[in-house]
Design a protein around this ligand. Sequence first.
Ligand code: ZN
Ligand code: ZN
Ligand code: ZN
Length: 431
Amino acid sequence: MQFIADFHIHSKYSRATSKEMNLESLDKWAKIKGIDVLGTGDFTHPAWFKELKEKLEPAEAGLYKLKGKYAKEFRKSGGDWFDSKKQTRFILTVEISQIYSKGGKVRRIHNLIFAPSLETAGEINRRLGMIGNLKSDGRPILGLDSKELAKILFDVSPDCFLVPAHAWTPWFSVFGSMSGFDSLEECFEEYAKYIYAIETGLSSDPAMNWRLSKLDNIALISNSDSHSAQKIGREANIFDAEMNYFSVLEAIKSKNPDKFLSTIEFFPEEGKYHYDGHRACGVSLKPEETKKYKNICPKCGRTLTIGVLNRIDHLADRPESGKPKRAIPFKNLIPLDEIIAEALDMGVKTKAVAAQYQKLIAALGTEFNVLLNAPIEEIKKAAPAHIAEGIRRVREGKVSISPGYDGEYGKIKIFSEKERKDLAKQKALWV
Ligand SMILES: [Zn+2]
Ligand SMILES: [Zn+2]
Ligand SMILES: [Zn+2]
């Protein structure tokens, strides 16, 4: 069975998240997006964990679904703007933020944990609760070595899974330029053999990671790390396996291309840390330029934040087009609301963009169906022709992006300036 999974999100109990990050709206947005398996995020948070226990019931092995009284079927005939009878499956996950010193340096690492059952998650919570405060943030901050976290997890259950999160972001990741390590072995020591996957993060895609031969046996997974329901699935994983916790993890661990089909990625330039730079000065630099300036901001003289492209370049042992023998393919996409906003030349959060978005989902089922599968001719029937054209260009990778740097997202352009002017003339017709 083919299905799409996004394992890393945050609940309303994490900092800087939407109040709407509750199970009901996650279930609803998973249906709109076409996500079949969604991480719960934040299971170490006592209030969120209580909600998970109250509202979820077991589905397939290691997966959960909303109990009947909380689950909702969406029907256009019943006044909803889309149809969905599917029940979202939830998988228990949490991201742990770890700050500790090792080898004389301060390390800041984010790790994503998977648990096979609420009971196992409860035991993990009990053990981690003895180490630090799990209540203050859905993504708890612990002064715990990554190796010690691995030890605790696999001691609780060998079916737990640990994945270094957004493995390349400069400030909070296993390979981060500012506070990470140069290898998984250096970080996890004897537990490195239990690390089967890393999360590529928004600022890198698999092709960039393929340049490191030491990652050849590591699966590259992709998740949204979303803080709002509308952004879930902006990166995701496509499987063709039995839908249960153990098959999903087996597909990842084995990197079997018949079971782990592909990942859905941002264009990495759109991520917040693709290039190097200094945000306060508006300085964005390619790795070669950073070298020229000796890692110092040419405007203010402070140290530049070294981005993902530079960091990968530094650790890579293959050229840019290098590829390992066994690599899971991927597709770069742009979220549908951003494509519509660009095509309409309006803000992502405007009513006009929402109206076109809803029309497309109502006509074609899910956002992933619109972005990945629906024939362009079908899209044209449900939306203005240039939105369909925008989707076609994204599918073919024909977009230009000014890369993100030092916490600033990259900016996408699907249409040229001239095309935009021509489109503006037609605007009156469809706004
Ligand atoms: Zn994180
Ligand atoms: Zn996160
Ligand atoms: Zn500066």
